[in-house]
Each structure stands twice: as structure tokens, then as C-alpha cells.
Ligand binder design. Structure first.
Ligand SMILES: [Zn+2]
Length: 158
């Protein structure tokens, strides 16, 4: 049973997103995140993953990655939010998008993926509108660095 549909996104105004078409319980597998399974060797050699598309790349195990940047991967349309309602869950070579809390019919599905701090995160502003938004699409683990920076800027401008 399909739990989502594709619609113009409220977060990414130029793009599309996935929306819940019924209430979804926490822990539900919503959609399979599919793509090309590639070896880590290829990931390292391929320039594509250096900068523009790293957020579609998932680590499956010590040998393989999954490149989700393919047209048949509907789950790639899920937008980033700093206050996400979905997350990725891997099992073997399979990846799922699961609900991390109860989601109401009509809500946009969001995941908390992001670029690393080292990449040029300023190219990727975040418009998720959540209270804890840091303003850029950045991995949670790297976000404190931006918060620190923002605080500095605020202090300096006072
Ligand atoms: Zn945000």
C-alpha cells in the first residue's frame, strides 16, 4: 500500500517532495530507497561524489555504497528538514525510509540528511522553517559548528 504521493514541495519551492496520504505510525517503512550499488573503490574514483551529489550516497557496508541519484529512486525527492519526521534504515543491501515519529496525513516527509561542514555548505540554504533550523543543509553531526559560528556573528553585530 502506497503511503505517499509526489507533490510540489513547501520546503523546496522549486522542487517536489513526498507527502503522506494517510496517517503513518512511528517505525513504519514508507518507501524503499533504491539506486545503483557501487563499490567503494568506484565512489572514491568518481568525481561526481566529490561535491555536488554527496547526499544521495549511502554507505551500505565495508565494500559497497548506494548511489541514490537515479531517476527511478522516488525517495530521493524527500527534502531535508532540521526537524525531520523520517530517517533512513539499512538492512543488508536494502535501504528504507522509515517514520521516526507519527506522521499525519498531508505532512511532507523529511529526512535529516545534509552536507558535511567541510563541503561548501553555504551553497545549500535550508528553508525547512523549523525552530532548530541552522539555515543550511548540514549533517546533524556538523551542525554545532555552524551554530557556534552564528553565535559569534550575532555577538559581533551587537
Ligand atoms: Zn532547516
Amino acid at each position: 500500500m502506497k503511503l505517499y504521493r509526489i507533490k510540489k514541495s513547501n520546503i523546496d519551492r522549486n522542487g517536489r517532495g513526498l507527502y503522506a496520504i494517510k496517517d503513518i505510525k512511528e517505525g513504519t517503512r514508507i518507501i524503499n530507497y533504491v539506486g545503483k550499488i557501487i563499490t567503494k573503490k568506484k565512489t572514491e574514483e568518481c568525481e561526481k561524489f566529490d561535491n555536488s551529489k554527496p547526499i544521495y550516497l549511502f554507505n551500505l557496508n565495508s565494500r559497497y555504497d548506494l548511489d541514490g541519484d537515479v531517476s527511478w529512486n522516488t525517495a530521493r525527492l524527500i527534502n531535508h528538514s532540521c526537524l525531520n519526521n523520517c530517517d533512513y534504515e539499512g538492512k543488508g543491501l536494502k535501504l528504507w525510509v522509515i517514520a521516526v515519529r507519527d506522521i499525519k496525513k498531508g505532512e511532507e516527509l523529511t529526512c535529516d540528511y545534509g552536507f558535511s561542514y567541510n563541503s561548501d555548505y553555504k551553497q545549500f540554504p535550508c528553508k525547512c522553517g523549523s525552530k532548530n533550523c541552522v539555515g543550511f543543509i548540514v549533517r546533524e553531526g556538523s551542525r554545532w559548528r555552524i551554530n557556534k559560528k552564528l553565535k559569534k556573528i550575532q555577538r559581533a553585530s551587537r
